[in-house]
Design a protein around this ligand. Structure first.
Ligand SMILES: Nc1nc2c(ncn2[C@@H]2O[C@H](COP(=O)(O)OP(=O)(O)OP(=O)(O)O)[C@@H](O)[C@H]2O)c(=O)[nH]1
Ligand SMILES: [Mg+2]
Length: 296
């Protein structure tokens, strides 16, 4: 039977914050389902992205960046990332080719991993001159017997197809874990909240994104095919609420428009998006809220 040769596996994408893990997942899927921003700690939870074809299914696991966490929420984020290091078939350990390399960290993850590791050198579009890349590959290869060292640009897509081929070659035989027509294990509501959160990360400054969470309260398809979404943005202080709403509501409008564009592209239908801002003091330290958000 053809079924016998079907290959499948779980592949975690791990690394320090801001190295491009979520950009890579979106690039591989060809759709934006996870938030990407130039601020560290954009990703808060583990989100799976699924790539299926006739002969295989790869379940990619995007994870929060591993960092020295202080708040309760951040500790939960890092725990989630460490949790995704084991129990998978392959690990993509992503490093930023343009940043100072953290060898201690790379070795630590390599020691904890129970699966083969591909060391992914990302952002190579920024590496000049190109000869530098060879030196980088050589030096990173000395840190651990990686199954592969793969230079890519998640942003431009450079070498990403090759990476997916290399992953497929490594997959064990196994069943399809998910239906072949779904992109992620997360409900649409969660992805919509993620896309709104991304806009907050991109459009507001320093502290605001880190005090913000988004909950989709309702998601309804109307008779005319329009999907009506209503979401609450949580912040920790009145001042942050003011910043998010902006002068005469300008900032909230900007966030809503940008998020609606992404959500419409993803769902392939017109969307009506309504946003509300609510202050909930110190929610990043409160178990009940963290649970409701799926962060703990
Ligand atoms: N030039 C360039 N920039 C990239 C590349 N990949 C990602 N970036 C940028 O790097 C920043 C961080 O990207 P993310 O995908 O959010 O990084 P992450 O590793 O998921 O970050 P956390 O979720 O915070 O752990 C964003 O500004 C991306 O646009 C790349 O290949 N080249
Ligand atoms: Mg991320």
């Amino acid at each position: 039977m053809k079924n016998k040769e079907f290959k499948s596996g779980f592949v975690s994408i791990v690394g320090r914050p801001n190295v491009g893990k979520s950009t890579l997942l979106n690039r591989i899927l060809g759709e934006k389902i996870v938030a990407v921003s130039d601020k560290p700690q954009t990703t808060r939870t583990v989100i799976r992205g699924i790539v299926s074809d006739e002969a295989s299914q790869i379940v990619f696991v995007d994870t929060p960046g591993i960092h020295a966490a202080r708040s309760r929420m951040n500790r939960a984020m890092v725990d989630a990332a460490y949790g995704a290091i084991s129990g998978v078939d392959l690990l993509l350990l992503v490093v930023d080719a343009t940043a100072q390399r953290d060898d201690v960290f790379v070795r630590e993850v390599a020691t904890k991993a129970g699966a083969p590791i591909f060391l992914i050198l990302n952002k190579v579009d920024l590496v000049e001159p190109k000869e530098r890349l060879l030196a980088l590959i050589a030096s990173v290869s000395r840190l651990h017997p990686f199954a592969e060292v793969v230079p890519i640009s998640a942003q431009t897509g450079g070498n990403v197809e090759r990476l997916v081929e290399l992953i497929r070659e490594r997959l064990p035989e196994g069943p399809a874990y998910f239906p072949d027509d779904i992109l992620t294990d997360q409900p649409e509501k969660v992805i919509c909240a993620e896309l709104v959160r991304e806009k907050i990360f991109r459009l507001t400054g320093e502290e605001v994104p880190y005090s913000t969470a988004v909950i989709v309260d309702s998601f309804q398809e109307r008779e005319n095919g329009v999907i009506a979404i209503s979401a609450t943005i949580l912040v920790e202080r009145e001042g942050q609420k003011g910043i998010l709403i902006g002068k005469k509501g300008a900032m909230l409008k900007k966030i809503g428009q940008a998020a609606r564009g992404d959500i419409e592209r993803l769902l392939g239908t017109r969307v009506f998006l309504e946003l509300f801002v609510k202050v909930q003091e110190r929610w990043t330290e409160r178990t009940a809220v963290l649970r409701e958000l799926g962060y703990e």
